[in-house]
Each structure stands twice: as C-alpha cells, then as structure tokens.
Ligand binder design. Structure first.
Ligand code: BG6
Length: 463
C-alpha cells in the first residue's frame, strides 16, 4: 500500500467559465464574446452557453463529487459574473448569491472549496477598452475584483489562487492564436507576462491587507509547469532547454516564489530589446508579495532541441526563436489529445520544487487525460470503462509518491476534472472527468475511474 500524507487532498478541478454556463451573466468574457462572433472556431460549434450547467445543477453535481469521496474541489469565480461595474468593483447581487450558494454547498458536503480568481476569462470589454492584460489599469481592476472576493467569501474559503496558467494567456492571446484576440506579437506577449505577474502580486497584497492570513487562509497561484527535456546532451540542445524553461516555467515560478524574474531572462529580453516596462515601485510589490502555496498543472513534458533556424535570422521576435519542439521517437502518446505521456516528470517537478523552490507547500492542481468519444467505452451497465484513465492517474501518483517520500511537500492531487466540462476551442471534444456528462440531456454518470478514486481517497493511498 502506498500511503499519502495525512489530510491529502483527493480532488478535482474545474473553472467557472467551463462549468457554470453563461446564465444570468451581465458581462461577456473573451470566450463568450469570441463564440458570439466566430462560432465556427469552436469544436462542433459548441460554445460556453450551457457548459455543464453547474449554475443550475450545482447541488446535484456536488453530491456526485461527494459520492466519489472528493475532499477538495477547485473552481473559479467569474469576474464577469460577480462584478457589475469593473471600475468600482460593484457587485452583482445574483453573482454574490450564486457564489455564496456553491461555497456553502461544498462546505455542507465536507468538500474544501478551492477558489481561483482568473481562469482565462478576461471581461471582453476590458480588452476592447484598454487592451486587456496589456494595460496596467486592468491590473488595478483585477486587484479590486480580488479584494471584493476576499471580503465576500474569505470567511469560508481558505485556499485562494490568483491565476490559473497565466502562461497560457500569453501563449493563447499573443503568440499562438488559440485565445481571442489571436494576436502574434512577441513584444506585447512580454509585457502581458509581466503584467500578469504584477496582477497576481497585487491580488496577494490585497489579501494580506485583510485579516485572512491570521484566520488560517493562504494564497497562491496555479502554474502549468512543463519541464523541458533536451533532445540530446549536445550543448546547443541543452541551451535550448534552458531558455525554454526560463520562458515557459521560471518567468512565473520565480516571481511567485522569490518575487524576482530570473536574471538570465531579463538579460535575454533586454539584449533582444523586448523587455517589459516596469517601475521600481512595481518591482518592490512583486518582491514583497510572494505566494504561500503553489498549484502545479502537469499534463505532458516538453521536449526541445536547438532551433533549425538561427535566432539571428530576420524575423519578428518570438521566444521560440531559441528552441524548437522535438518529437522523440518512440514516445508514449495520448493520441486523441496529441500529448506525450511521461509520468516521471511529476517526480522531476517534485524534486525541483524541493531543491530549488524553498520546498514550498504545493499540490498537483491539474493532471489528466482527455479522450474523445468516450461512449466507445460504455459497458452494459451504462458506465464508461476508462481503465486508461485509471492507469494514467496511477502512474502519475506512483511517481508523485516517490517525490513525497523523498521529502517534497506535496499535499494533494486534483484531476482535471470532476465532471466532463466545456473546454475553450475544444469545447466537448476531449473528456477528462471522473463523471461523464451527456451534453444534450445533462445527465451525469460516474465513470469507472470515479468509482476507483472513491477507494483511493478512502484508503488515502494506492493498493
Ligand atoms: C488546462 C486548462 O490547461 O487544460 C483547462 O487549465 C483545460 O482549462 C484543460 O480545460 C484541458 O484542455 P483541452 O483543450 O484539452 O480540453
């Protein structure tokens, strides 16, 4: 039996925009809007309007989460639901009622509610009016929204996270065109990365001004840490891996934990004349407002090699002028999603945090396996036999367990996701949940993996 530490979090993660549905929201976020104007960009033309209907069915859905023994669940508060006036952070009464209701329901069921404040869901009008995360005014507005959340719900929510995967906002909106407004602009991407770090620090500053830390609450951020494995021991491949890590991981991780950007990154961006605009005062805010706790989303490793084309070629600045992705021959894949399966990386992450990041308290805030057309695996009882998911989770837990045994302070594991939910451009293409969702009837059914996690959680470990 592989036992996990006492009070280990066995749970799952979702987000407001992916589960609630758009019902009763006064404002649109970037995805609500993008679906209005370009529905063909979304898989099967399915948008976020209904999602998994959590706005209406939260009580039944939380009951299902309880039925499979999840003891903690992360979701997020939608800025576009809670706030009526972004400038003053005046609240929307139905938004307040709704978030109070779900928080109370989680607590009633003995499930720890874990709350994120931003899961890619920028109010679209803040993009159209100010340029969204390019603007430091938007950073201020986010801090106000965060403060409002702490005031309203901080008496019951003890585990707060400022952002989910800020790097994905940089990649999606400014580099690789998978979030609205689909720009390709390396210079803006750099400023946005800085501003997102600043927004997180300012939210943490607002949190610490209240008496929540004294009442046992803690705050962190959720980062998608994708360790870079160089294609070979050749110096050029190792250098490519180092720069990929600086950009993809350390640009957020170092600021979150140490309050500073890595010197090598600042040097590189300065040399390339794309460095962000910053002030001494802002840098002091970053330094003073680091995280208590870290969430790590891990799905797949990144393998990199030296770029085919010299970084000195004539081209607009992009970070990947310094590295190319490398398709390792013989790699194990989740072919549906196109992601490599490499559970050992979770051990490498655990040891990296132990040795290089103050051995900070952390948890696996997302891990999981997106599979298409899971109806293929329905058995005679109408249950999805997702043995592949059970194997995937087991292997990741085994490597995580090894990291914990060797002293890494990991206190939990959350699968993406409790109940199959809507996922951005991919809509309902890839299913990740312990519980399936028929999106036409909204009938939700526990999968084999859901019955399995129930036992793992009960035993606090793997047999
Ligand atoms: C994570 C995000 O990176 O990936 C989630 O935090 C997202 O919001 C998940 O849904 C899976 O993405 P996809 O596109 O494979 O469904």
């Amino acid at each position: 039996m592989r036992k996990f530490p006492e009070n280990f979090w066995w749970g799952a993660a979702t987000s407001g925009p992916q589960s609630e549905g758009r019902f009763n929201k006064k404002h649109a976020n970037v995805f609500d809007y993008w679906y209005e104007v370009e529905p063909e960009e979304f898989y099967d033309h399915v948008g976020p309007d209904t999602a998994s209907n959590f706005y209406h069915s939260y009580a039944e859905d939380i009951q299902l989460m309880k039925d499979i023994n999840l003891n903690s669940v992360r979701t997020s508060i939608q800025w576009t639901r809670l706030i009526d006036d972004f400038e003053t952070a005046t609240v929307n009464p139905d938004g307040v009622r709704y978030y109070n209701a779900i928080i109370d329901e989680f607590i009633k069921q003995g499930i720890t509610p874990v709350m994120a404040l931003h899961h890619f869901d920028l109010p679209v009008e803040l993009y159209h009016k100010y340029g969204g995360w390019e603007s430091k005014h938007v950073v201020e507005l986010f801090a106000k929204f965060a403060e409002r959340c702490f005031e309203l719900f901080g008496d019951r929510v003890k585990d707060w996270f400022t952002f989910n995967e800020p790097m994905v906002i940089v990649d999606g909106q400014y580099l690789y065109q998978f979030h609205y407004p689909k720009l390709i602009d390396g210079k803006k991407a750099v400023q946005v990365a800085y501003n997102l770090n600043l927004a997180s620090a300012k939210a943490i500053q607002a949190f610490r001004k209240l008496d929540l830390p004294q009442k046992g609450a803690r705050i962190g951020t959720v980062l998608n840490l994708t360790p870079s494995y160089p294609a070979s021991d050749h110096e050029a491949d190792i250098e490519a891996g180092r720069i990929a890590d600086l950009w993809r991981n350390e640009m957020f991780l170092n600021v979150a934990v140490f309050g500073e950007f890595p010197a090598a990154l600042v040097e590189l961006l300065t040399k390339d004349k794309v460095i962000w605009e910053s002030t001494e005062e802002e840098l002091a805010i970053l330094k003073a407002n680091t995280i208590d706790v870290l969430g790590v989303n891990f799905y797949h490793p990144s393998r990199v090699k030296a770029p085919d084309i010299s970084p000195n070629s004539t081209a607009n600045w992009m970070p990947d002028r310094y590295y190319d992705s490398y398709d390792m021959p013989g790699r194990r894949m989740n072919v549906d999603k196109g992601w490599e399966i490499y559970p050992e990386a979770l051990y490498d992450i655990a040891i990296n945090i132990r040795d290089n990041y103050k051995n900070i308290d952390w948890f696996v805030s997302e891990n999981g396996m997106g599979v298409s057309q899971e109806e293929r695996f329905l058995n005679e009882e109408g249950v999805i036999d997702d043995d592949y998911r059970i194997d995937f989770i087991t292997e990741h837990l085994e490597w995580l367990h090894k990291g914990i045994e060797e002293g890494s302070n990991c206190f939990g594991y959350h699968l993406w996701t409790p109940i199959d939910c809507w996922s951005w451009k991919n809509a309902y293409r890839n299913r990740y949940g312990f519980i399936s969702n028929n999106i036409h009837t909204q009938i939700k059914t526990i999968k084999k993996s859901g019955h399995w996690i129930k036992e793992v959680s009960k035993n606090n470990g793997l047999k």
